[in-house]
Design a protein around this ligand. Structure first.
Ligand code: OFO
Length: 173
């Protein structure tokens, strides 16, 4: 059985994962409207992943005798200025989520809930991979600069870039 404190912390994380899904959905829509099909596809995929992270938490909370709450979500921005800026915001958002996962893990130790501690290790690993992916994308964007041909190729190739491929890039460094 989850303690009340941990149940609340997990519910807060459920909201953060749902909001992350909305943030990336809004980025996908912005990119699609700008004609950046590849970037839009990448963001739609990322949005789906965040929904999966949210669902995994919902099921866990309910399985452990808690009650997962579906709550109001903060509306994401609808304008991102430039695709470079949008990916910088994605990176900053992932750093924010990593911090929140770390705090959640800390609560499991305070509450001596080692099953939840174990369950959350998947999220700890996932955040490392997502941060690596975001950094890989930012490095590529820096290489492109303002080159239109570079943007064309970046938009074409980004859909191949997944969390797994970024993780193996990093491992090979
Ligand atoms: Fe839920 O992994 Fe990104 O934020």
């Amino acid at each position: 059985m989850l303690s009340k404190k941990l149940e609340k912390a997990l519910n807060d994380q459920i909201r953060i994962e749902a909001e992350s899904s909305q943030v990336y959905l809004s980025m996908a829509s912005w990119a699609e409207v700008k004609g950046l099909e590849g970037i839009a596809g990448f963001m739609y995929g990322h949005s789906d992943e965040e929904r999966m992270h949210m669902l995994k938490l919902v099921k866990y909370v309910n399985e452990r005798g808690g009650h997962a709450h579906v709550s109001d979500l903060k509306a994401p921005k609808t304008e991102f200025g430039s695709f470079q800026n949008m990916f910088e915001e994605l990176y900053q958002h992932e750093l924010f989520v990593s911090k929140s996962i770390n705090e959640l893990v800390h609560v499991t130790l305070q509450e001596q809930d080692y099953a939840t501690h174990n369950f959350l290790q998947w999220y700890v690993a996932e955040q490392l991979e997502e941060e690596a992916l975001a950094r890989t994308v930012l490095d590529k964007i820096n290489l492109i600069g303002n080159d239109k041909g570079g943007l064309y190729l970046f938009d074409r190739d980004i859909q191949q870039l997944t969390v797994e491929s970024a993780a193996s890039d990093t491992a090979g460094e």
